[in-house]
Design a protein around this ligand. Structure first.
Ligand SMILES: C[S@@+](CC[C@H](N)C(=O)[O-])C[C@H]1O[C@@H](n2cnc3c(N)ncnc32)[C@H](O)[C@@H]1O
Length: 256
C-alpha cells in the first residue's frame, strides 16, 4: 500500500528536525512541496536544504504542488477554508496516484509540527475518507513555532498551574473582552495585539524564528505595540513576507 509521511520539519532552523524525522526521510521516494506564493523561495529552499543535508546519499525526488488559489478575506471564513481543503484534496489525491507506485512512500515536510494550524492532516483525512486512492499515513512530530518562541525568549510557555490559550490573530481581533489568561497568537497579519488595553500585559514576540533573520522583542505591550508593528512592517517590506508569533502574558501574573 502507498504510504504518506507527514514530517514536522521545525519552524525555520534546519537543526530543529528530529532524528526520527531524518530516519523517516531516508525511506521516502517522493517529497511533495507545496508552492505557497511569495514565501515560496525561502520556505522551499529550506525544505530542499533539509533533504540534501540529511539524505546526502541520494537526491530525493521532489514534486512541487501548486497550491489552489484561496480567498484571503472571505465573508464566510470556515466555508472558504472547507472549499480550499476540498480543492487541495483533489490535487493531492491525483498526485498520490500519479507520482507513487502501489508501495511507494511520499512525504510532506510540514512547517513546524503537522498538528498546529496546518491543514495537511485534515486534507489527508478527507482523501482517505474518499477511498479512491488507498494509502496509509503517519505523523512525525516537529518543533513548533511556539516552542521556538519560548526557547529563544528563554521563558516557560505556562505559568505554574495556569492554562495557555493558542489562537489566531483573526480570533484575537474578533474578541470583545480583554484576555483572562496567557495567550499565544499565530497567523496575525494585522497586529491584533494593538486592541488590548490592559497596561500590565507583557508580550514576547518573535519573527522568522530559527532563521538568520530572526527578530525578538519583549516587554510591556503598552510600550512595545507600536514598535512591534513598525518592526514587523519594515521586515515584511524588506523580505517580502513575514512569519511571527507572540505570547501575551496575563495581567494577573507577577511581572518579571
Ligand atoms: C500556518 S501556521 C503553521 C504553524 C506550524 N505548523 C507550527 O508548528 O508552528 C503559520 C504561522 O506559524 C507561525 N510561525 C511559523 N514559523 C514561524 C517562525 N519561524 N517564526 C515566527 N512565527 C512562525 C506564524 O504565526 C505563522 O503565521
Amino acid at each position: 500500500m502507498r504510504k504518506i509521511l507527514l514530517i514536522g520539519m521545525g519552524a525555520g532552523h534546519p537543526e530543529h528536525i528530529t532524528i526520527q524525522a531524518v530516519n523517516a526521510l531516508k525511506t521516502v521516494d517522493v517529497v511533495f512541496i507545496t508552492d505557497k506564493g511569495t514565501e515560496k523561495d525561502d520556505l522551499a529552499r529550506l525544505r530542499r536544504e533539509i533533504c540534501a543535508r540529511y539524505v546526502p546519499e541520494r537526491e530525493l525526488r521532489t514534486v512541487v504542488i501548486a497550491d489552489p488559489e484561496r480567498d484571503r478575506s472571505p465573508a464566510d471564513y470556515p466555508a472558504a477554508v472547507a472549499v480550499w481543503h476540498e480543492q487541495r484534496a483533489a490535487v493531492y489525491e491525483r498526485l498520490f496516484a500519479d507520482e507513487l507506485d502501489e508501495n511507494g512512500c511520499g512525504a510532506f515536510l510540514v512547517w513546524g509540527d503537522p498538528s498546529l494550524y496546518d491543514s495537511t492532516l485534515r486534507v489527508l483525512g478527507q482523501i482517505a475518507a474518499r477511498d479512491v486512492v488507498r494509502f496509509e499515513y503517519e505523523v512525525i512530530p516537529g518543533i513548533t513555532s511556539i516552542q521556538a518562541l519560548t526557547a529563544r525568549h528563554r521563558i516557560p510557555l505556562n505559568q505554574v498551574g495556569e492554562p495557555v490559550e493558542i489562537t489566531t490573530g483573526r480570533a484575537l481581533a474578533a474578541r470583545a473582552a480583554e484576555l483572562t489568561h496567557d495567550t499565544v497568537v499565530l497567523l496575525d497579519g494585522e497586529c491584533a495585539f494593538k486592541q488590548l488595553t490592559d497596561d500590565r500585559l507583557e508580550i514576547f514576540w518573535g519573527a522568522y524564528l530559527g532563521t538568520p533573520d530572526e527578530i525578538l522583542l519583549s516587554g510591556r505591550l503598552s510600550e512595545l505595540a507600536l514598535v512591534i508593528e513598525a518592526t514587523r512592517s519594515a521586515a515584511r517590506r524588506r523580505k517580502g513576507w513575514i512569519m511571527d508569533t507572540y505570547l501575551l502574558r496575563k495581567p494577573a501574573a507577577p511581572l518579571r
